[in-house]
Design a protein around this ligand. Structure first.
Ligand code: HEC
Length: 328
């Protein structure tokens, strides 16, 4: 009974409310594959995934792909009616579209089963279609799905300046080269970086190399920007985040990490309260107790044995090196 109620609730979130949420068969929840669907997918995969792992027809890239691109697509599968399902027709070599059979080749899937090259029988696939509940396909974009745009080098600088309470003056003094104003690093110890095309451009090479290391491009030097999470990006961000967190932590009067009214005491309750606040500060997310505990035990606990500062800096940089910070 409980399952049915849950399913009804979940299905309600989809495009159309279900007419009768009673005969929920092979549909675990809206848009999710049932165990039997997963079994069918795994059975077909050896014959199909060679050509369907990526691109627009990446049916076999994941269970979700199979579920959304094949199972829940009425053009491919008609629940309850294998004879009129394009997928079955393809397996039997009697499809009427651009391709009469899948896999492409001299033998249909049914023939591959007959000669022992494939093990999942067409009858099993048909039975699965017969038992399949009507599928709800969620046409809306999934707001909760992770997005995969990486922060740009310029954004890394802007975000960290703001989140750590740092600024240009912490890293640079103004200098001039042949009358052109330039940003002169106070020291390279703090890992400064500066966009090459910025006003003021970096006077020395290290800040500009670091900017390129973070994937920053430049019109002036004709360097192409790179938004991949490359090893160079990760390495540079790791160094920068640790150094800059320490800088922010030590800067007198800086309230970015510890706003006035908050404590830096190292008792578990205050550390966890700080972790919860930093989830909001760095990721904009409200963390669960489990997520807070995980940060506490995996980052704070081992690092703070050295010093409290190591613990705070480690936590701070762990938030920055986190996928939720890097991708948005
Ligand atoms: C040798 C490569 C290859 C293999 C193996 C293969 N496919 Fe395909 N499949 C293709 C190509 C190519 C297309 C057409 C792509 C396009 O139109 O862009 C296609 C299209 C499809 C389509 C869409 C048909 C349509 O009318 O839109 C389905 C469904 C499909 N394949 C299922 C399968 C299944 C299931 C298997 C395994 C039993 C399989 N494919 C194995 C190459 C392959």
């Amino acid at each position: 009974m409980r399952t049915v109620v849950m399913c009804a609730v979940v299905l309600w979130g989809c495009d159309s409310p279900p007419a009768a949420p009673v005969a929920v068969k092979h549909q675990a929840a809206c848009g999710q594959a049932s165990d039997e669907t997963v079994r069918i997918m795994r059975g077909l995969a050896p014959s199909c995934e060679g050509c369907h792992l990526n691109g627009a027809r990446a049916f076999f890239a994941s269970v979700n792909s199979f579920q959304n691109l094949i199972v829940a697509d009425a053009r491919m599968v008609t629940p309850g009616d294998p004879e009129n399902s394009e997928l079955i027709k393809l397996l039997e070599g009697r499809a009427t579209g651009a391709f009469t059979r899948m896999p492409i080749g001299t033998k249909s899937y049914a023939e591959l089963v007959a000669d022992g090259s494939a093990t999942l029988t067409v009858e099993e696939v048909k039975q699965w279609v017969r038992d399949l509940a009507s599928q709800a396909r969620d046409a809306r974009p999934d707001g909760a799905a992770p997005r995969i745009t990486r922060v740009k080098a310029e954004q890394v600088q802007r975000a960290l300046y703001q989140q750590l309470g740092l600024g240009y003056d912490d890293f640079f003094t103004n200098a001039a080269e042949y009358g052109i104003h330039m940003a002169q690093p106070r020291t390279d110890e703090t890992y400064p970086f500066q966009p090459v095309d910025a006003y003021l451009p970096p006077r020395t090479t290290e800040p500009r190399d670091r900017f390129h290391g973070l994937g920053g491009g430049s019109v002036v030097t004709q360097a192409r920007g790179d938004l991949s999470p490359s090893p160079t990006f990760v390495l540079t961000l790791t160094q920068v985040s640790q150094r800059w967190c320490r800088l922010g932590f030590r800067k007198t009067g800086n309230v970015a990490l510890f706003p006035s009214g908050t404590a830096q005491t190292t008792d578990a309750a205050n550390v966890k309260a700080t972790i919860a606040r930093w989830f909001l500060h760095f990721h904009g997310t409200r963390a669960s107790a489990a997520e807070i505990d995980a940060m506490y035990s995996t980052v704070w606990a081992p690092l703070s044995t050295t010093s409290a500062e190591a613990g705070w800096v480690g936590l701070c940089s762990a938030f920055i090196r986190h996928p939720d910070w890097i991708f948005f």
